[in-house]
Design a binder for this molecule. Structure first.
Ligand code: PLP
Length: 428
């Protein structure tokens, strides 16, 4: 089952008006050679396409919908906020409430600034790091994606990797001239880079658990080593927790790994499905942001009341007891079963999981970095993807992305997914 007639019709019209028919490249199904489903509506763990078909959704809008689609309490909160007006361009109590909820969850964040996307968050954090240290260089990791910020679009993981673009035309070499990218999980490479220029780096930016080359966990000591190196050389450690924040735990990867980042970038879950990003961290750093300080950063719709309302209710729902344990347990069961059934059928896979996100790489593994992720069989993934879609299971249309679970996914959804996986593998 590919795109149905209505999805096809909508796509044919969309490609005439929008590049590739989409507003973000990975949605186009280019890497799995097909045409996207047009989504009509969604509820809980299910998504419904323009042709009226139902799918169990593991994309979940690429991570934000951790409490499921159209959660009634989130909708109610948004509805109430809407009735009071959509945007004022002036401060509101909503911003204060979300700021409190966020800084309570992230003890490393004394202060926070809301923006509209993860890209804006990382772009602003890098600007602040450069200003605060009066240095230019940024160290990042191959396969980590930090949004489409010019300076960070180097070896940038899934979206870029699946399109086979090394970087992007339109970014002058000068814009990436101060960016150094080294393999994830390779502390020696980090240390070598800093040895060559110990006082040159403004920051290390990292996805503490990588999600944009598929899920790749940090090896023991890696994040601690980054913390030590940054501190020793006077560079800042920026945790890009756009994907992992409020996903792996309330306080993101830094809560799990007990690392204090100097600056943290957030997005996705913090807006509960509405466009929100944020960056924050140490008070002495954040006070350098305008208007307290001189590092300029602004936004007409930043802190938008509707978006804040969606975030507030989502974070409050996440604070209910056992939420993360249940998500973790369910996802572990699913990931383990998918691996077990694959092995039983002699299909070599590596399943990397962190909390409620995981990736099946079609390769023997291990997958510890971008180069190893790239050994996954893309053709096999493409067939698997279409097979799963035919079975009513909507997974990310790229071999280098994470599946996301939500609190709305039921045992029944999970069993159906495991059975579908087995049938699809049999047909491959
Ligand atoms: N950082 C990480 C770790 C991400 O996963 C993403 C998006 O997938 C971004 C930054 C960019 O966020 P946005 O797409 O909201 O600009």
């Amino acid at each position: 089952m590919g795109a149905g007639p209505l999805s096809k019709e909508l796509m044919n019209a969309s490609v005439k008006l929008m590049p590739g028919g989409v507003n973000s490249p990975v949605r186009s199904y280019q890497s799995v050679e097909g045409e996207p489903l047009f989504i009509e509506r969604a509820k809980g763990s299910k998504i419904y396409d323009a042709d009226g078909r139902e799918f169990i959704d593991y994309v979940m809008s690429w991570g934000p919908l951790i409490v499921g689609h159209a959660h009634p309490e989130v909708l109610e909160k948004i509805r109430k906020a809407l009735e009071r007006g959509t945007s004022f361009g002036a401060p509101t109590g909503f911003e204060l409430e979300l700021a409190k909820l966020t800084t309570d969850a992230f003890p490393s964040m004394d202060m926070i600034r809301f923006v509209n996307s993860g890209t804006e968050a990382t772009m602003s954090a890098v600007r602040l790091a450069r200003a605060a240290t009066d240095r230019k260089k940024i160290l990042k990791f191959d396969g980590c994606y930090h949004g489409h910020v010019d300076a960070l679009l180097v070896q940038a993981g899934s979206g870029v990797a699946t399109l086979g673009l090394p970087n992007s035309p339109g970014i002058p070499p000068e814009a990436t001239g101060f960016t150094v990218s080294v393999p994830f999980n390779d502390l020696d490479a980090v240390r070598r880079a800093f040895e060559q220029d110990p006082r040159g780096y403004a920051a290390i930016i990292v996805e503490p658990v990588a999600g944009n080359m598929g899920v790749v966990n940090p090896e023991s000591g890696f994040l601690e080593g980054l913390r030590e190196t940054a501190t020793a050389c006077g560079a800042l450690l920026i945790f890009d927790e756009v994907m992992t924040g409020f996903r792996l735990a309330m306080g993101g990867a830094q809560e799990l790994f007990h690392i204090r980042a100097d600056l943290t970038c957030l997005g996705k879950v913090i807006g509960g499905g509405l466009p929100v990003g944020a960056y924050g961290g140490r008070k002495d750093l954040m006070e350098q942001v305008a208007p307290s300080g001189s590092v300029y950063q602004a936004g007409t719709l930043s802190g938008n009341p509707i978006a804040m309302a969606g975030g507030i209710k989502t974070l409050k729902l996440l604070r209910e007891p056992e939420t993360f344990q249940t998500l973790d347990y369910r996802t572990r069961y699913l990931a383990d079963e998918l691996k077990r059934r694959s092995e039983r059928m002699d299909v070599p896979v590596t399943v990397n999981r962190a909390g409620s996100m995981f990736t099946i790489f079609f390769c023997k593994g291990p997958v510890r970095n971008f180069a190893e992720a790239q050994t996954a069989n893309k053709r096999l993934f493409s067939k698997y993807f279409h097979g799963m879609q035919e079975e009513g299971i909507y997974i990310p249309p790229s071999p280098f992305e994470a599946w996301f679970l939500s609190t709305a996914h039921t045992d029944d959804d999970i069993e159906k997914t495991i059975d579908a996986h087995e049938r699809v593998l049999r047909r491959l």
